[in-house]
Design a protein around this ligand. Sequence first.
Ligand SMILES: [Fe+2]
Length: 375
Amino acid sequence: MPAQAHNSEMRMQQVDVETLQEWLTGGRPVTVLDIRTPEDRAQWFIPGSIHVNAYDALKSGDPHALKGVDLPKDRPVVTICNAGKVSQIAAERLHDHGVEAFSLAGGMKSWSLAWNTAETELRSATVVQVRRTGKGCLSYIVGSASEAVVIDASVEPDVYLRLAAERGWTVRYVVDTHVHADHLSRSRALAEAAGATLLLPAQNRVAFHFIPVKDGQQIEFGRSRITVLAAPGHTMESTCYYLDGEALFTGDTLFISGVGRPDLQASPDEARERARVLYQSLRRLIELPADTLVFPGHASEPPAFDKRPIAERLGTVSARIGGWLRSEGEFLAAVLDRIPPTPPNYIRIVELNEAGTILDDASELEAGANRCAVS
Ligand SMILES: [Fe+2]
């Protein structure tokens, strides 16, 4: 709930991430005012927020920093900056002008863990897409009868346990599509908390106990069945999960308008070789039925609080990127020319994921947008 603290110097009115997430999920009218620089805003933002470039002016004490900003009068304002300090000055200024204003405690750094959901009913199963809107990571709870499988857990284990319990599901398996480089996998912790079996693609990278899965293997739960499809390229152990001939969970191999980058922790020659392998994997995946629903591992934009799944028919995805897949040569040229900047901290994140370590506070390490795709 909004906290109000008074001292002689300053009125501090703040909301925490959970509260703002609840307001946006519940559709409560609220204006989110992002006062950061355009450069910071370009990294990542809160869906539906208004941007005013007032950071420097507020920081330097300019009393007119927010003058002329037109805000709806009938709803509270939540001000946002990177760490939740300058946004307090913004909230105070607005407050002085009679606006009900709060600062988001911890700013975008804390918002990194915010999430929302979108549900898809399939013939045999229900897919709950759990979207880490603060970072763009997409994870899934797939429920069938009374059992569920969680794929690529990226927010706190409790979130999955609660969402599954609300639907009458017991989490039976927790799986990852690959060793992640942009966020700490919560799969090991979730499997422990749920008393579920942790399944990972067969590899010798991680140092903790798991049950390996290999190409062609089946994972049965409820009335459903997931077929394991090895899809090396983004990483050599990358794997996709094919559900009941209806849906394909692609991790960072295939996005709805792009493919996974093949270059992390690779020399230029190795990246080229991985891109070749990725080409073969993608050729195989696009042979699946065109009406298969593709559920990717990341979104390139912050997932909105709109309950609309980020998913696309395989036919539509291959129409978008099919040009790249005409030949290996065209694919290599397209992908290797479009490699985005290397994500921050990825070497440390990979180390922790290989060790299976979760930090008490990963906000500094995980800050910033995901950069897993070439599109
Ligand atoms: Fe990845």
